[in-house]
Design a protein around this ligand. Structure first.
Ligand code: UD1
Ligand code: MG
Length: 449
């Protein structure tokens, strides 16, 4: 059965005390919106519609960053969750199958839970995701009779008896697309908040003789973000789970509590991750690679047998082939390092291609930026870049070539050549002793005056 996603992300998020729309605040280096969309990824959704409002353009951009095909619609003004869903109707008029409504600020719904809701659709026209709340606060309450959901009562409209119910509405709702929009069209706003409540569709469905049901999930899944404190708690919860997953998947984490993952971090079995490592977005570490302590990685790929760090930084576009060695205080950006390349110490490699088994000496810098444009450095196979070489790009070093330590290379170096681009050394016999004697005499004379 085809399924589409409707993600509600128009809300302002006043309690975040922020200029940034709430759905764009990040957990695990990804906007909350991406987490919500990620839950639906395994469903291979037919269509994705994100309802935007506050910061509409930025939220729409984030939606397209996640999936180029995502559609967005602006809800203005924001008159409630049913009104928000109704905005998506024109964009889903032609799609068959079901729709699942998610919230942009609720990052932890599991794909398995959404699958369970779709399965429950075989028995009910409307399926609501509920949870038993430790502290039900102002959540909407689920009024049930056996397996049947009778109604969802918003806290502000609930009686004391209804408020005593601890089974709550997560906000996630699933129904056939056409049924959903025809029910939403009937929702009114005669309630305590004067809003169009999506939750009213349960009673409206029952009036039509349709049934509604509940799928129950763990409360942790329904955690919504309203404040910075909740954002920090969500980050901690995400990291705790990501660390446990990594260990379970056969990754060694020497000090798990000090490693931070992104939503899309992939780490292969038998990789070893040292203490205090941070993964930004877009990192893949293959099986058996090692990332030593205090490394910062984003947008990079580390192949089997490679080792990185301690204290290394891999920035977007860093591609390390098998058995590459990147040592301490090395930064790599937008560069391809072929098999067996060694960059041991204190080096910047940016906008470069480095051929297999080339050795890059300490203190090497690819001078890739002229103040206006970026240029590429090409280094062949089995070359040897002497320590403290400045490679002024665009420049290329041939296979098997060598640059002398301290060289400033501004012209291409042919294969197998030695390039020396530094001042010639001059030794002045005995001059050091004379120089020191003179300096000591000056110091002594100053001390007397
Ligand atoms: C909603 C549910 C409540 C449930 C709770 C779970 C309704 C009426 N109530 O209440 O039963 O227990 O979520 O967290 O649905 N949004 C829009 N446009 C709007 C209004 C909201 O896009 O006009 C978006 C918000 O950005 C947010 C989501 O919908 O992502 C939920 O809105 P919110 O105002 O937080 O609803 P609650 O009052 O918490
Ligand atoms: Mg809310």
């Amino acid at each position: 059965m085809p399924v589409s996603l409707i993600v509600l992300a128009a809300g302002m998020g006043t309690r975040m005390n922020s200029d940034l729309p709430k759905a764009l605040h990040k957990v695990a280096a990804a906007p909350l919106l991406h987490h919500a969309l990620n839950a639906g990824r395994s469903l291979e959704s037919e269509r994705i519609v994100v309802v935007t409002g506050h910061g509409a353009e930025e939220v729409a951009r984030a939606a397209r960053d996640y999936d180029e095909a995502a559609l967005t619609v602006v809800q203005e003004p924001q008159l409630g969750t049913a009104h928000a869903v109704a905005q998506a109707a024109p964009l889903l008029a032609d799609v068959p199958g079901d729709a699942i409504v998610l919230y942009g600020d609720t990052p932890f719904i599991r794909p398995e839970t959404l699958a369970a809701m779709l399965a429950a659709r075989a028995r009910h026209a409307v399926v609501v995701l509920g949870f038993h709340a430790a502290n039900p606060g102002s959540y909407g309450r689920l009024l049930i009779d056996g397996n049947t959901l009778l109604a969802i009562r918003e806290f502000r409209d609930a009686s004391d008896e209804e408020r005593a119910i601890t089974l709550c509405n997560s906000g996630v709702i699933c129904a056939d697309v056409k049924t959903l929009f025809s029910l939403v069209a009937e929702v009114g706003n005669a309630n305590a908040a004067g809003e169009y409540y999506l939750t009213d569709i349960v009673e409206l469905a029952r009036k039509r003789g349709l049934t509604a049901g509940v799928v129950i999930c763990n409360e942790a899944e329904t955690l919504g973000i309203n404040t910075r404190t909740e954002l920090a708690a969500a980050e901690a919860a995400f990291q705790a789970r990501a660390r446990a997953d990594a260990l379970e998947n056969g990754v060694t984490l020497t000090a798990p509590e000090t490693v931070f993952f992104a939503l899309d971090t992939h780490i292969g079995r038998d990789a070893i991750i040292g203490p205090n490592v941070l993964f930004g977005p877009g990192v893949t570490i293959e099986s058996g690679a090692e990332i030593k302590g205090f490394c910062h990685l984003e947008g990079c790929h580390v192949s089997r047998g490679a080792d990185v760090g301690p204290f290394a930084r891999l920035r977007p576009g860093a591609e390390l082939a098998e058995d590459v060695h990147v040592g301490n205080f090395v930064e790599i950006k937008n560069a391809i390092l072929d098999e067996g390349v060694k960059v041991g110490h204190l080096t910047y490699i940016g906008d470069a291609d480095v051929g297999e088994f080339t050795n890059i000496g300490a203190g090497t810098v690819t001078c890739n930026y002229d103040g206006v444009m970026k240029h590429r450095t090409r280094i062949g196979k089995r070359a040897f870049i002497g320590s403290d070489t400045m490679l002024v790009a665009p420049v290329s070093i041939g296979d098997g070539a060598l640059t002398g330590s301290g060289s400033v290379i501004t012209e291409d170096v042919p294969a197998e050549a030695v390039a020396l681009a530094r001042a010639k050394q001059v030794n002045k016999a005995g001059l050091a002793t004379k120089l020191f004697e003179r300096l000591r005499a000056i110091k002594a004379a100053k001390g007397k005056s």
